[in-house]
Write a protein that binds this ligand. Structure first.
Ligand code: GDP
Length: 197
């Protein structure tokens, strides 16, 4: 897919204030600092479309970007901030659950996972929750340039094996590095294919 245009549209406090659900959309989510902004910028071939490393936990907004005038990228606030209060966490959970379950044009959620780590409970809990809600998703392992290929593939396998304990079918996954521009084509090809349906 060729990216001809990518523009920031709006940040919404909840799903009801999001733009009209008249175009397919793809959401990106993961722990804070997982590399979500960098990944979105890489996909769009831009330096600063999505902001990198904002103040963790401060803005809990649903960010819409309009791509090629025909589909949306949605940058969702991340999870796993150490310093958020109970009530902030509950707000996040409610906002995310409502958005994920009620947004009718949501085609797929890309769940970002740091490829440097062995499986983390927080990430597993989140994908298991998506499963319970029957939300389609794919896994995106980030920062693959930060460790050796062997270490990355060990961590990817370990995560999938953990999922295998409870899941009958495993989701598709991508291994990415924004430094090496790795994983971009496969993610965009998948989006292209879904948009064509
Ligand atoms: P976000 O909080 O999930 O949006 O994460 P950011 O995109 O702001 O990235 C967090 C930090 O990880 C930044 O310092 C990025 O430069 C760095 N980072 C993100 N992706 C990669 C990657 O693929 N490779 C490397 N080496 N660093 C990355």
């Amino acid at each position: 897919m060729v990216i001809k245009s990518a523009e920031y549209l709006i940040s919404s406090p909840d799903w009801e204030k999001c733009p009209a659900a008249d175009k397919p959309e793809y959401a990106f989510i993961g722990r804070s600092n997982v590399g979500k902004s960098s990944l979105i910028n890489m996909l769009m071939n831009q330096q600063k479309l999505a902001k990198t490393s904002g103040t963790p936990g401060k803005t809990q907004l649903i960010n819409h970007f309009l791509i090629n005038k025909s589909w949306y990228i949605v940058d969702l606030p991340g999870y796993g901030f150490a310093k958020v209060s109970q009530s902030q966490r509950r707000n996040w959970e409610q906002m995310i659950e409502n958005y994920l379950r009620k947004r009718p044009n949501l085609v797929n959620v890309f769940v970002l996972i740091d490829s440097r780590h062995t499986p983390q409970k927080l990430d597993l809990d989140f994908v298991n929750q998506l499963g319970k809600w029957e939300i389609p998703f794919q896994l995106v392992f980030t920062k693959a340039d930060k460790t050796t290929q062997l270490e990355t593939s060990r961590n990817v396998k370990a995560f999938l094996n953990k999922m295998r304990e409870t899941w009958q079918f495993l989701p598709a996954h991508h291994v990415t590095s924004t430094v090496k521009k790795m994983g971009r084509d496969n993610i965009l090809a998948f989006i292209d294919e879904m948009n064509a349906r």
